[in-house]
Structure formats: structure tokens, C-alpha cells
Design a protein around this ligand. Structure first.
Ligand code: GRF
Length: 191
């Protein structure tokens, strides 16, 4: 559990693309009793759609390409320290953070993954679940450790895979659930 003193816990959200999970976290943070506030968005892509949302809603954002990972991670760490960030939410962030970076934020980085972990770590989770004729898929919020998609699970939502599901239709239904469980999981670890 993550304790913050008095005020709202300061959160950074890392993105690479659309940013729909960023949106859902942001709207949740604006609810009356929310315990966190999104203070910065970090993107490795200059034109990530989520950056437009951040700008529109006056959330600070910074771009680091991560082409030189160690150098950029040091810069990110400085930024996070300056802003007194206590939790990092990875939301469609497509870069792998170094062991050293993760250690510095041990137990304070969480991620949303579109499968029922430990099944289907990595990419293309929806098509893999369909091709394996799985009955269910879903999404998972978990702590980030140096081992990809393997940290302790905080919250998971299971949904049925329909016979006529395509990767796209399944992705859409799972994404809807992601938007619900990500803020919920964050709330849980802040209690
Ligand atoms: C989501 O499906 C998330 O589970 C995965 O990347 C996708 C990001 O979507 N890690 P968005 O950028 O939040 O819309």
C-alpha cells in the first residue's frame, strides 16, 4: 500500500499512443473523493494522441524518445523527483524500463495489460487468445517488475470470448473494461 501525506498522491502516466486509459484515469482523478492527481504525462512519441488530451486538460507533458534509454531514464527520474511523483501508471507505454529505473520506483509502478495474466504476456494478446480457442480473456492491472508482465496482480477482469469475435471486437470490449479496472486498482493501492 502506498501512503501519501495529506494531499492527493501525485501520479505520472506514461503513454505511447491513443491514451484512452490516460483519459479514464484522469476523469476518475477529478471525482470528488479521488486520492490522486495526474501531475505529468510522459510520452516516448511526439505525436501520441494522448498528448493532445493532456494539453486540452492542462496536464503537463514531456516527451523523451528513449532512443538512448539510460540517458532518458535519468532525465525522467529528475522530472519525477522534481514533481514529487509517488506512483507511475504505464498506460500503453511501449518501451521497456530498465531494471535500475524500476528499482528506483520499486512497488510504485503499475501497468494495465490486455490479457488474463499470467496468460499472454507481451504483444498481440487478443489474437493469441482467439487462436487458442480460449473461452475467456480480459485485462489485468499489475505491479511492474524487471520481468515483463510478471509482477504481482492487483486487479483482473474476465470477459467471455464470443464465437464470432475478431481481435478487433475483443480488443474493444476488453478496452472498455480496462477503463474501469485501472482507476479502481489505483484507488485500491492508495487506500
Ligand atoms: C491498452 O490495451 C493497454 O492494455 C495496453 O496498451 C493499450 C493502450 O491503450 N498496455 P490506450 O493508449 O490507453 O488507449
Amino acid at each position: 500500500m502506498i501512503k501519501s501525506s495529506g494531499n492527493k498522491t501525485k501520479v505520472a502516466v506514461f503513454i505511447s499512443g491513443r491514451g484512452t486509459n490516460l483519459k479514464s484515469l484522469y476523469y476518475f482523478s477529478k471525482k470528488k473523493n479521488s486520492k490522486f492527481q495526474i501531475c505529468i504525462v510522459i510520452s516516448n512519441k511526439k505525436y501520441a494522441k494522448g498528448l493532445f488530451f493532456a494539453k486540452k486538460n492542462k496536464i503537463k507533458s514531456k516527451i523523451f524518445t528513449f532512443k538512448n534509454r539510460l540517458k532518458d531514464e535519468l532525465k525522467v527520474l529528475k522530472t519525477l523527483k522534481r514533481k514529487n511523483i509517488k506512483i507511475i501508471c504505464l498506460a500503453g507505454f511501449m518501451k521497456i524500463l530498465s531494471k535500475e529505473f524500476i528499482k528506483k520506483f520499486r512497488g510504485k509502478i503499475i501497468n494495465i495489460h490486455p490479457s488474463l495474466l499470467p496468460k499472454y504476456k507481451g504483444l498481440n494478446t487478443h489474437i493469441r487468445a482467439i487462436q487458442n480457442n480460449d473461452e475467456y480473456s480480459g485485462c489485468t492491472v499489475h505491479y511492474v517488475t524487471p520481468k515483463l508482465d510478471s509482477g504481482k496482480i492487483i486487479l483482473q477482469k474476465k470477459i467471455k470470448i464470443f464465437k464470432n469475435d475478431s481481435a478487433k471486437s475483443l480488443q474493444k470490449r476488453i478496452l472498455n473494461q480496462e477503463h474501469k479496472i485501472y482507476p479502481k486498482a489505483l484507488k485500491m493501492i492508495l487506500n
